[in-house]
Design a protein around this ligand. Structure first.
Ligand code: HEM
Length: 146
């Protein structure tokens, strides 16, 4: 059954990955802009709504879907050869991406409660982390270098 559905599961895995990554790249960017406006201003309140919607309506559901379809691929016979190293590098990278997701969720709560103390530069640098992890993951699954 999983073998017959393999192309479909992979298609939905990639659809979810695209949604998850798009939101993951954009949310820290919103935090950069949020740092630039005064606490209590109308802009700050608007950023809070944008951040909540992006995280709760797109990013978290997309991460869950990526994991569900990804784990179905893992369970499909013959897809992951456990002797190959690429899979383990991908696994560590997706765990790190999921940890980054958790961190962005915590940062959102800080903004929501008007207690963010991190500078704009922190979010600019944080923004690079998922990009690097995504590049590693894609090279691992496509090139499978080892
Ligand atoms: C969250 C947990 C994830 C799990 C458990 C998982 C697992 C898998 C598995 C088992 C495959 C099949 C590999 C194959 O057919 O050779 C696959 C395919 C793929 N994954 Fe993931 N994945 C996850 C997240 C991600 C993320 C975050 C990305 C991108 C940033 C990604 C990108 C891809 C791509 C591009 C393919 C297609 C490779 C091909 O053409 O064969 N995956 N994934």
């Amino acid at each position: 059954m999983l073998i017959a559905l393999y192309p479909w599961i992979k298609a939905f895995h990639l659809i979810s990955v695209i949604a998850w990554m798009a939101a993951t790249f954009y949310l820290p960017r919103l935090y950069v802009y949020h740092c630039q406006v005064p606490i209590g201003s109308a802009e700050s309140e608007r950023f809070k709504i944008m951040e909540r919607r992006l995280l709760k309506q797109i990013m978290t559901p997309a991460m869950i879907a990526t994991w569900v379809f990804g784990l179905l691929l893992v369970l499909t016979p013959g897809v992951v050869l456990w002797s190959q190293g690429w899979w383990y590098v991908k696994l560590v990278s997706v765990l790190a991406l999921s940890g980054f997701h958790g961190a962005t969720s915590k940062w959102r709560k800080d903004f929501l409660n008007d207690r963010n103390r991190r500078p704009e530069k922190f979010y600019r640098i944080a923004n690079e982390v998922p990009t690097i992890l995504m590049i590693i993951v894609v090279i691992m699954v496509i090139v499978k270098p080892f």
